[in-house]
Design a protein around this ligand. Structure first.
Ligand code: PNW
Length: 549
């Protein structure tokens, strides 16, 4: 393989999760409630009535999860911290829960002991319920900005000596639009009284997005002022946004695709949120945003602008699909643009996922990477990308682990990633498939599975899917050799030094082998052979290390 077909030096890859989706143990060790705890239990809020009380039980099974990550050989793990584990009531004058801090601290230590770099999200939608009750959460600018910054400070203090990558907030669009516009996510506010008792969909989403950006920017300022010089990390926000293609070549539909991007990725609430990327880096607001929102579009004061401006070290990208865009429609949240996956000739854009909003279209991923790079000229960290196989939840595990549609999706996205890097010269620094585990998929409950590892929710057993094997092999083959050598060395050093390591407890071979229950060994002979060679190699390395020790 020629060097031009490799990933760049120091490229980061691993899998991603979020606290509320996996941790469970809702009442354990002093954790306070988050806005998702009670919301998920209200009738009709999740498809199957599922909630976060147990999830994948990862608060209890954290060591097993890290061992699983180590068996995959990932270089990094993206996870989020539960704010209400650290500060049960959430506020700057509320008590701090040492048990919560200790949990994440030992978690980070264990990752590092396995040579896995923590990539930490501070906020993945689980606002402490205490702050929602006290002052309306994200709707109250003065309070939430101070409380979020205080929470961030506690995290930097406790973990920043070991964490080199921070994400302030995951997908402001979802908090703003799904939480305060459509009312389908916590805290469940909208103008639709058949759905939500309170809220105003015409103003609140834009206010919330505005405050999220400010809170993010203040946390970044704090990090840069007080921690960056010693802790030397990178910090930024991560936005969801999907590629937009015109439905056909008519001028109105070409414009519609741009409008969709303006509302989704472009400026507001995402990038407007994010140092308002267009105004900050290009020097103007997108006129279309103002045209649609008029005086409902909040603005920053001069002083706020000075904090917001340039407040991200990178562009954090969560992306899943591509939409065909047609002018028209009343949906302000997507820029008054109609989305479809059906082309004018009746064909589909790609394979349909389990959730209605997702089809497989890898070229859109490559185009989006190019669009963001050209527009903002900032390094891109892909922090989420993934696929939920249609009907997977209804399959027996033996069938579910043969997730060929997911493999097809990742074959496409990994090729798009490599081409964007090597052919298009886009500066991409990370890739995190979503998700390490099947988990609590918000309003879908447990009916939609995004994991590259199958979770049996009855037994909490984990079963690597074929897609995990595909991705691990792909990244192992495409990692730049210098980087691989450096990271492997780090892994050996740290695992040797730790008493609770895979190598020290002699289980590396079985983990590298990822012995699968349920006859999953039946995968294609080629896969089995590849995995067998890898396992033999790992056993060999383990034996040498054991000998040296
Ligand atoms: C992201 N949409 O959410 C989140 O960051 C994850 O927590 C989540 O599990 C994952 O994607 C898969 O859904 C999204 O409706 C939720 O377009 C909904 C949408 C997009 C992203």
């Amino acid at each position: 393989m020629s060097p031009s077909h490799k990933l760049p030096k120091d490229f980061i890859w691993g899998f991603a999760t979020a606290a509320f989706q996996i941790e469970g143990s809702a009442n354990v060790d002093g954790r306070g409630k988050s806005i998702w705890d009670d919301f998920a239990k209200l009738p009709g809020k999740t498809l199957d009535g599922g909630n976060g009380d147990v999830a994948t039980d990862s608060y209890r099974l954290w060591k097993e999860d890290i061992a699983l990550l180590a068996s995959y050989g990932v270089r990094s793990y993206r996870f989020s911290i539960s704010w209400s584990r650290v500060i049960p009531l959430g506020g700057r004058n509320d008590p701090v829960n040492q048990a919560g801090i200790d949990f994440y601290s030992k978690f980070v230590d264990e990752l590092l002991a396995h040579g896995i770099q923590p990539f930490v999200t501070l906020y993945h939608w689980d606002l402490p319920q205490g702050l929602q009750d006290r002052y309306g959460g994200w709707l109250n600018k003065d309070e939430i900005v101070k409380d979020f910054t205080n929470y961030a400070k506690i995290c930097f203090e406790a973990l920043g000596d070991r964490v080199e990558h921070w994400l302030t907030i995951n997908e402001p669009w979802c908090c703003a639009i799904l939480g305060h516009g459509r009312g389908v996510f916590a805290p469940g506010r909208s103008s639709d009284r058949s759905r939500n008792p309170e809220g105003d969909s015409s103003t609140e989403p834009w206010i919330v997005a505005h405050h999220i950006i400010l809170a993010h920017a203040h946390a970044v300022k704090l990090y840069r002022d007080e921690y960056k010089s010693t802790q030397k990390g990178q910090i930024g926000i991560t936005l969801n946004g999907d590629w937009a293609l015109p439905y056909d070549n008519t001028p109105e539909n070409i414009a519609a695709a741009q409008h969709a991007l303006d509302f989704a990725i472009g400026e507001y609430p995402f990038s407007y949120a994010l140092a308002s990327l267009d105004p900050v880096y290009l020097g103007f607001y997108p006129p279309y945003m103002r045209e649609v929102l008029g005086d409902r579009m909040p603005d920053f004061t001069e002083e706020e602008w000075s904090v917001v401006k340039g407040s991200s070290d990178f562009y954090g990208m969560n992306t899943y699909t591509t939409n065909l865009c047609r002018a028209g429609g009343e949906d302000e949240f997507q820029g008054n643009v109609d989305y479809t996956f059906t082309r004018p000739d009746g064909s589909q854009l790609g394979a349909q996922a389990h959730c209605a909003w997702l089809q497989d279209y890898p070229d859109g991923f490559r185009q989006l990477l190019n669009y963001i790079w050209k527009r903002y000229k900032m390094p891109i960290y892909v922090t989420e990308n993934g696929f939920a196989v249609k009907g997977e939840n209804d399959m027996p595990v033996e069938e579910a682990v043969k997730d060929y549609d997911r493999i097809h999706y990742f074959q496409g996205t990994t090729k798009a990633l490599l081409d964007a890097i090597n052919v298009d010269d886009v500066d991409i620094r990370s890739y995190f498939p979503w998700s390490l585990l099947d988990n609590f998929e918000w309003a879908d409950g447990y009916t939609t599975r995004f994991g590259i590892t199958y979770v049996d929710y009855e037994t909490q057993k984990r079963y690597p899917k074929e897609s995990a094997r595909f991705l691990v092999k792909w990244f192992t083959e495409h990692e730049d050799s210098e980087t691989a050598a450096r990271l492997d060395k780090l892994k050996r050093k740290t695992t040797n030094a730790s008493s609770s390591t895979t190598i020290a407890n002699g289980s590396v071979s079985s983990k590298a082998d990822t012995k699968l229950p349920c006859g999953h060994e039946e995968g294609s002979p080629a896969t089995q052979q590849r995995w067998g060679i890898r396992a033999t190699f790992m056993k060999f390395i383990a034996a040498i290390l054991a000998f040296i020790r």
